[in-house]
Design a protein around this ligand. Structure first.
Ligand SMILES: Cc1ncc(COP(=O)(O)O)c(C=O)c1O
Length: 401
């Protein structure tokens, strides 16, 4: 305990302990109330503004009235209500897969998938325990890192979206070794989009299962919000698409989508699906409506992208370095030094902008950044307020000329 106190003291003394601002209003709206004061929020993943949309709330209310607040058990027991089967079905349709399995969080989906496919369920099926290798992008989300740990498979890291490095590493592995490649579709913290056609070619050439974590791509990328695979027109070429319901779809939960057979298998091989309660009906009811809106309201995505493009162009003009090429609607602004980034974020906060710092251990040391997320519900006035705060605070800290 002494050591824990010591650690906490060091973090707090150096201003490294996160502020955990207490939000007193809906944290998914562009304007939030903290300590009775109004702030503009630029860190929510509620990209399309669906979290508080009235049609979705009404659909959730109907499910809530019928089913109550909880599921009463896992899908194996009493949790397999019709609404959840409908959510599985609508989710699969959204991302262009044959079927899908849904989880209370995306994190739980990622905990399930690697073990299910790399650790034997019966005897040596599907593979001998510990014989598989997972090839994972160096900047993959922590939930992928944790999922891989549970799988008993060996993990080989390849450089971020570096297809040469991936191919060099995978080509040295014997042909009969069970292999899996895992990479995010949209790297929101790096500002990058996966080079999907190249990843698919490598997976096919070396007979590897391909899993794309599209937590930040679903709802955002593709004509109908089907995600990164839809953006590239390659839905049928991916073995497993993982996604989250708590970002563009505005709710909460996660899913794994793929062929009927893989999903049928995952229903009996995913520990976090079997050993934990189902997605509650209130969420399923709201999410089914959210998926419908996402598929049909293309204008929400257009507004999201035009907001993000406007910010990127102007942030760069002011003198900030924005990571990525503008292919995704998130603008991670690189600050570098952790302490400077924290001070910058505090200055923004004093100017009414809520945009926290991403820093080690979330990102490598010395690459602290502010991940500026836009929503389709941000107005031009909100964006200009952010730009003004960035410019003034950046000049004060000599981050920009
Ligand atoms: C890339 C990625 N994968 C998975 C997750 C986990 O999803 P969830 O928040 O639904 O647990 C996140 C959430 O931050 C994420 O960004």
């Amino acid at each position: 305990m002494n050591k824990i106190s010591k650690l906490l003291n060091i973090l707090k003394r150096n201003g490294l302990y996160p502020p955990f601002y207490r939000i007193e209003s809906a944290g998914t709206n562009p304007e939030v109330i903290i300590n009775g004061k109004k702030y503009l929020i630029f860190c929510s993943n509620n990209y399309l503004g669906l979290a508080t949309r009235s049609e979705i709330i009404r659909a959730a209310e109907r499910a809530l009235k019928k089913h109550g607040i909880g599921p009463g058990g896992s899908r194996f027991l009493c949790g397999n209500i019709a609404l959840l089967e409908q959510l599985d079905h609508e989710t699969a349709k959204l991302v262009g897969a044959e079927d899908a399995i849904t989880f209370p969080t995306g994190y739980m989906a990622n905990l399930a998938i690697f073990k299910a496919l790399m650790d034997p369920l019966i005897g040596n099926l599907p593979h001998k325990k510990g014989s598989g290798i997972i090839f994972s992008d160096e900047f993959n989300h922590g939930s992928i890192v944790d999922g891989c740990k549970l799988s008993y498979a060996k993990k080989i890291i390849f450089r971020h979206i570096d297809m040469k490095d991936l191919e060099t590493k995978i080509s040295t592995v014997p042909n009969n070794t069970p292999k899996m490649i895992t990479i995010e579709g949209v790297f929101s913290v790096e500002g990058d989009l996966v080079p999907l056609p190249e990843v698919i070619n490598i997976a096919k050439k070396y007979n590897a299962i391909l899993m794309i974590d599209d937590a930040h791509g679903v709802g955002v990328m593709g004509e109908k919000g089907g995600g990164t695979a839809q953006h590239f027109g390659l839905e049928s070429k991916i073995d497993i698409i993982m996604g989250s319901f708590d970002k563009a779809l505005g709710g909460m939960g996660g899913f794994l989508a793929g062929s009927k057979e893989i999903v049928e298998y995952l229903r009996i091989a995913s520990r976090s699906y079997m050993l934990s309660s189902a997605v509650p009906a209130v969420l399923a009811g709201g999410l089914i409506k959210a998926i419908k809106i996402c598929e049909t309201k293309k204008g929400l995505r257009e507004k999201l992208f035009s907001n993000a493009n406007y910010l990127r162009k102007n942030l760069e003009e002011i003198g900030f370095r924005v990571l990525g090429k503008g292919e995704i609607p998130v603008n991670p602004v690189l600050i570098g030094d952790e302490i400077k980034a924290i001070k910058f974020s505090e200055k923004l906060f004093r100017r009414g902008i809520y945009a926290p710092t991403y820093r080690w251990p979330m990102v490598p040391k010395g690459t602290a950044r502010i991940r500026v997320t836009t929503m389709s519900t941000h107005t031009k006035k909100y964006l200009d307020t952010l730009l003004e705060a960035f410019e003034k605070s950046g000049k004060e800290l000599k981050l920009i000329p």
